[in-house]
Design a protein around this ligand. Sequence first.
Ligand code: CP
Ligand code: NVA
Length: 358
Amino acid sequence: MNGDAETTGGAGTTGDAGTYADTALPGSLHGRSFCRETDLDAREWTDLLDLADALKDARRSGTERRLLEGSNVALVFEKTSTRTRAAFSVAAADQGAATTLFDPTGSQVGHKESTEDTAAVLGRMFDAILYRGARQEDVETLATHAGVPVYNGLTDEWHPTQMLADFQTMREHSGRDASEISYAFLGDLRFNMARSHAIAAALLGADLRLAGPASLGPPEDLLAEARHLAEASGGSVTVIEDPHEAVAGVDFVHTDVWVSMGEPSEVWRSRVEELMPYRVDAALMEAAGEGARFMHCLPAYHDARTTVGAEIARATGLEGGLEVSDEVFRSARSVVFDQAENRLHTTKALLVATLAGG
Ligand code: CP
Ligand code: NVA
């Protein structure tokens, strides 16, 4: 691993706006893992988001400095990915680090070798490990035994690297700090995206309304943790069953796929019935108010042009999108591709802060 606080500061010191010269690397993050949102405190989140903004400017202005030359990052995927894999690969390459991909069929991970043994092996060869899989305990086992930073690239419980991008995007589009933002998340409130939003919003002091049917409501322990964090930050996390009431006056309306990776396809039919009132369409965006923007971690079922989208459209008779209508997805209020791009800049900030800072 190359780079330390001194050389890092020196490397970026050009004095120009739009570089990360003035953005101190959050030194406390050196060597740290990011398995769930609470692995970082609110100050560290803000530092990382500031660094991501500076790295974004630097990439655009051609002033980016490579702080991770000679580093190696393992990318372990037990579930499929486009954005997370792309963000880690490109962020590492931009910074001079190499990546090695382990996909479910091309490695022994999980089926032939324990997570603990995998951690010990990868930790001897790599400077950091990204892991995506079903079980949160697997990413935490990796972090305990690898001896290098481990990043959670999505489990059934949490999607913390997505939260970094979502907050960078909301700060950019509102021009406000996280603690001044109000937003709604609609959908299945038991799964990774809703859970991560509850904790990230509470930690950062945002006003979050979670909207979904009682049958897909958030677990009590999650709400208790979110409310505890919100007491300290001044934020709020409320569950509102009525979707129109939930979105009234918010800055952003978020949703996610209605059936997540790893869930059986048989749940589609009942899920569509339960979540249809929470579909983000033009009427819902109108209820949110004129300034509200639409966000989605992607991939989204907004039309019937994908294989799965076509199958669901045939089964349900819904042609113009599921969790979001095609009209809203393609509208000027949709900032989903800014959000996707920000996976790159926030991932890079995480790599730089944990591997080059200190
Ligand atoms: N949003 C997200 O994590 O996308 P991928 O599943 O494509 O990585
Ligand atoms: N809830 C979704 C998020 C995809 C980024 C899933 O787990 O499939």
